[in-house]
Design a protein around this ligand. Sequence first.
Ligand code: AGP
Length: 605
Amino acid sequence: MCGIIGIASSKPVSINIINSLKKLEYRGYDSAGIATLENNFINEKKCSGRVDELEKILFKSPSDGNIGIGHVRWATHGVPNIANAHPHSSESVSVVHNGIIENSDDLKKELEAKGAIFKSDTDTEVITLLITEELKKSQPLKSVFKTIKKLKGSFALGIIFKDFSDFIIGARRGSPLAVGYSSKENYLGSDSYALKSMTNKISYLDDGELCVLSKDNVSFYDSNEKKINKKIHTVSDEKNISDKGDFKNFMSKEIFEQPLTAKNCISEYLDSLKKDINIINFPLDPRNIKKIILIGCGTAFHSCLVAKYWLEELTSLDIEIDIASEFRYRKLKFDSDNLYIFVSQSGETADTAAALDICKKNNVKTCSIVNVIESTIARNSDWVLPIHAGPEIGVASTKAFIGQLIVLYILSLKISFLRGDLDKKIYNQKIKNLENLSNSIKKTLALESNIQLMAKEFLNARGSMFLGRGSSFPIALEGALKLKELSYLHAEGYPAGEMKHGPLALIEEGLPVIVIAPKDKYFEKTLSNMQEVIARGGKIFFITDNKKDSISENIRFGIRVPYLDSLLSPILLAVPLQLLAYHVALLKNCDIDKPRNLAKSVTVE
Ligand code: AGP
């Protein structure tokens, strides 16, 4: 999703802006641009496509300003072309924006009635023209305050002014915005990761706040226009982890990093001496929790769905799950005895953050399970359980999914034990099994060559289906999501038992059907559902575990992941599906790390 950079320095900033924009590429984007201030002139350069293109433009015609803003755009209003790329500049101001201005049509009409001429189809240009109007009457800071009062929707803004050549204004409502500090320059960025090569000293703007950045000073203002102080955080140095190394792309690196993800995450939550789970500071006593509600989007929602099966199996609690974009508009009865858990890799997903805000307004206890601990969702929740996966750059979530599942599983075990739902002996055994998870993931990854063969069978397919029952159902959904987003091949995830209620009509000769069937209580049932597919010509790809032997002859390929503990199966079964999606996409020559139309951080609704 859109990414913003701003640098105020005593030396030319365009190269550092380009380098920082490259760091934001992982978010997903379709055009890029930069504007610098040079002798009271706004030097704006934009392109559709990649930051590399912008770099070539700057190489031919360099920008020299010491103050500048840059942007990568993920199109919401208007197609991805040069006119719609940010910055959007007028004769007096230049603006980069992440978010959506919901009342842009009305504001546009008002501005046009006053004679304004729009050059783009974006919602952002109204901000440029509103500030331009205000600047005729007020100073920059006042003009920005007055403008943002008229805006509905979400925004993170970076603004430079033709006649004020020594500062950038940043503003935030809904979309994230970070400020970075160094001795000779200061920075604005959509996230701390983009600023990492320049600084690890970061402050985060809260909703309604503004900042004014010059090369040697940063001032912050709250929504009442009062000067405020902000806390400066030191962000961890994970530079090495965010390097591709010898891997072809970030996604394959992140898939193969999963044994380490599991190891790191488990060691953060297991006390190896006491052989216990060291989760403390519950915002509610687990014995008194009435209901747990888990909320997320996309892959994170699939983690919630797996956790529902775990918590129902392990505890006597009522469990509810919801997709954040649905949850935030439901008419809900909030209960202070309920625990609301938000799952998010980025911690910046707009729908998840909004759902969390609603919970906060209703004074209920919130927990977030995030990868980015400095994120909005982490900062806004009562209790944070980090997944410790390290930066995930590939748009398709892999190691963060495994990390989310591990934290949710550990949390489920702990809640169950503290409530007295789980016997101490079984609890100890489950902890012991967890210690072998990393190794089992490693063994699962060793199945890659079989999965590569499987991937070839998908090349000419018109679509595919992923089936599972119980906790394998969310894994089917996740497998289908991965294949869709990476290879652009239609894929549907379904509960196997639901096929005969409609989707069976899709089965035709040769349609690839991935059946996920660990040897659990659903195994025989899933096999019956599979026979119904085989009878109609579906080409089965069977994924099971090595608990017992027996794979039917009608099955085209069988993958057997190690068996560890029936509750841990979903984690191991997810891995071959990641590899399958990866290899199909590779064979189809798709852009693995940046699939079309997608963004890593979905910061708009
Ligand atoms: C998964 O591969 C995705 N690209 C996507 O579904 C993602 O999980 C979703 O957008 C939620 O993101 P979050 O975890 O950062 O909140």
